[in-house]
Unconditional design. Structure first.
Length: 123
């Protein structure tokens, strides 16, 4: 099982309808050892791909997506429950602190904060 405790980023691999993988480095926060959260623009490609299939993979990575670990199969789901979304943001704020606050500030300023999707990754 992958140990994500010390990881700052993961690469989320989603799959196009053709089966072609697309890797995206993302911030993530763990709710427990098997459940992790990511946020994204609601119209991002990874969100569209996850609407077609929950099949995904994750690996630890650096900030630019350079793989630092082995790929692990997982399933990823778009979260629509408001309580779970708030819980996900609490986890992300706890992990990323001031960086998350700055990201949220500029997202509010630009009006994009209400156009986010939260993704739950289950390993």
């Amino acid at each position: 099982m992958m140990n994500l405790e010390a990881a700052k980023y993961i690469s989320l691999r989603t799959f196009r309808k053709s089966g072609v993988p697309v890797d995206t480095p993302v911030w993530f926060a763990s709710a427990d050892s098997n459940k992790h959260y990511v946020f994204s623009a609601a119209d991002a490609g990874k969100v569209k791909r996850l609407r077609n299939s929950a099949k995904a993979q994750i690996a630890t990575c650096d900030g630019r997506g350079g793989s630092l670990g082995e790929w692990t199969d997982c399933e990823s789901y778009l979260v629509d429950d408001s309580e779970e979304i708030q819980s996900a943001y609490r986890c992300l704020n706890s992990k990323y602190g001031w960086m998350m606050k700055i990201t949220d500030f500029f997202s509010r300023l630009s009006g994009r904060i209400n156009h986010r999707a939260v993704i739950r990754i289950e390993t």
